[in-house]
Design a protein around this ligand. Structure first.
Ligand code: CTP
Length: 426
């Protein structure tokens, strides 16, 4: 199946620098995924990198010229000028160097200008992300660590390599992170550069809570967490600092997100109250249990061969609690809830919007095919406190997430960022 296009990467021109590490072969997959996501990927390979992988591999996956020689003028009409390094740097949205060798960390940290990749970096005005990869021991070397620190001082984002098995068979820190993490790093950096939510703190909740009956059993619901995770990713793509408070689920944590794992409705409440207190926005996509067992048995409940009566008591409504507090504190500035319904969708959703004092309710008929739990798509209507209701067509949960995040950003437009002087205090 073709990979979904990724809005924040679409039509971005990304210079992908590849240096002479064995991990260069993994960069072919990275170049392919970036291209599939919609980016224009211009690859620069050092001479050493071409010993590991042929430039043709990258030409094939990106459909664009690969650059290897600093002495050659640009041979691609897609660049703004024939001087290759100027053309590559001019108008680039991001330079991503993966893998970066110890040699290139040293050269880039000290402004060397003796290959095409180095001079392109020196000419660039866009954000730069460097992903080191090298065999065991080298990354921990003091000289390498000093170069990494220097690069960070220069405002360059250096991604920590992972711990694991190296090509030599040794184990240590130095492996290139997985491709999805590198895509995630690119999204985060581009989001901070372009996104409407930069310098904003957004708290998102996701998943279905678990209410324990005994040490081995719990009551839960069908929520997969996918819509909430998609919202967390969309908020990162918009440049936000994102805290994701998640009930148990199977999903990988989006890159750059601060994950707060919780289990029960009570734990969800405690975490939301802690993190949402000075957040700009709270988006409650979690399916929080409305009831919990009155008692949780200390030991496994034994079968007794007769009917078992369970007594359930209500949990606290997290969203309504935050809505009521906001009336006093003014925070979070934007509150978004969901309404999972199987009938009278808009009527029930409107009543939740009013009762819980939120700005938006995302109404979701979970009984429709292509909507609700466990699917990749969703069909929602976004109701606003101003009375409007916008019905979105069936679309991916990522697209729904972007629509929600756009509305949050629009509402925050008039709210000063923490980094800006408060207009009231002037
Ligand atoms: N919610 C919450 N705390 C609860 C229950 C729900 O914060 N204990 C939030 C959900 O995260 C969602 C919104 O309230 O954003 C609506 O949840 P939903 O399950 O649709 O509605 P309920 O208020 O639980 O009402 P009902 O189950 O009767 O439809």
């Amino acid at each position: 199946m073709a990979m979904e296009r990724i809005s924040i990467l679409e039509y971005k021109r990304i210079v992908l620098g590849i240096t002479g590490s064995i991990a260069a072969y993994k960069a072919a997959d990275l170049a392919s995924k970036l291209t599939q996501a919609g980016a224009d990927v211009d690859v620069i390979m050092t001479e050493a990198a071409t010993r590991f992988v042929a430039p043709l591999t990258f030409e094939a996956v990106t459909g664009r010229t690969v650059y290897t020689d600093m002495w050659q003028t640009a041979h691609s009409e897609s660049l703004p000028t024939h001087v290759a390094h100027v053309g590559l740097a001019e108008g680039a949205d991001l330079i991503l160097i993966a893998p970066a060798t110890a040699q290139h960390l040293a050269k880039l940290a000290h402004g060397f200008a003796d290959d095409l990749l180095c001079i392109t970096v020196l000419s660039a005005k866009c954000p730069i992300v460097i992903v080191p990869a090298m065999d065991a021991g080298m990354y921990e070397n003091a000289a390498v660590a000093a170069n990494v620190a220097r690069l960070r001082e220069l405002g360059i984002e250096v991604i920590e390599p992972e711990i694991g098995r190296m090509a030599s068979g040794m184990v240590g820190r130095g492996r290139l992170p997985e491709v999805w993490a590198l895509l995630g790093a690119a999204r985060q950096v581009l989001g901070r550069e372009w996104g409407a939510l930069r310098d904003r703190h957004v708290v998102v909740t996701a998943g279905g809570t678990r209410e324990a009956l005994d040490p081995v059993r719990f009551i839960t619901n069908r929520s997969s967490g996918r819509q909430g995770y998609a919202i967390a990713q969309a908020a990162v793509d918009s440049g936000a600092h994102v805290t994701l408070i998640a009930a148990p689920n199977e999903l990988p944590t989006p890159y750059g997100v601060e994950l707060v794992p919780v289990e029960s409705a009570q734990e969800m409440l405690d975490a939301v109250l802690e993190y949402a207190e000075d957040a700009d926005a709270l988006i409650m996509a979690a399916a929080v249990a409305d009831y919990r067992p009155e008692e949780t048995a200390d030991h496994k409940i034994k079968k007794a061969g007769k009917a078992l009566q369970l007594s359930l008591v209500p949990t606290v409504d997290v969203l309504a609690t935050v809505g009521a507090r906001r009336a006093e504190t003014g925070r979070p500035h934007v509150l978004v809830g969901f309404a999972a319904e199987t009938r009278d969708l808009l009527k029930n959703a409107r009543s939740k919007l009013e009762k819980k004092h939120v700005d938006y309710i995302v109404a979701n008929d979970v009984s429709l095919a292509g909507a609700g739990f466990g699917t990749d798509t969703n069909i929602v209507t976004i109701l606003s406190a101003d009375g409007s209701a916008i019905a979105l067509p069936q679309q991916t949960k990522s697209a729904v997430a972007e629509a929600i995040v756009q509305r949050v950003a629009a509402r925050l437009q008039t709210v000063p960022r923490r980094t800006e002087p408060d207009s009231d205090e002037v």
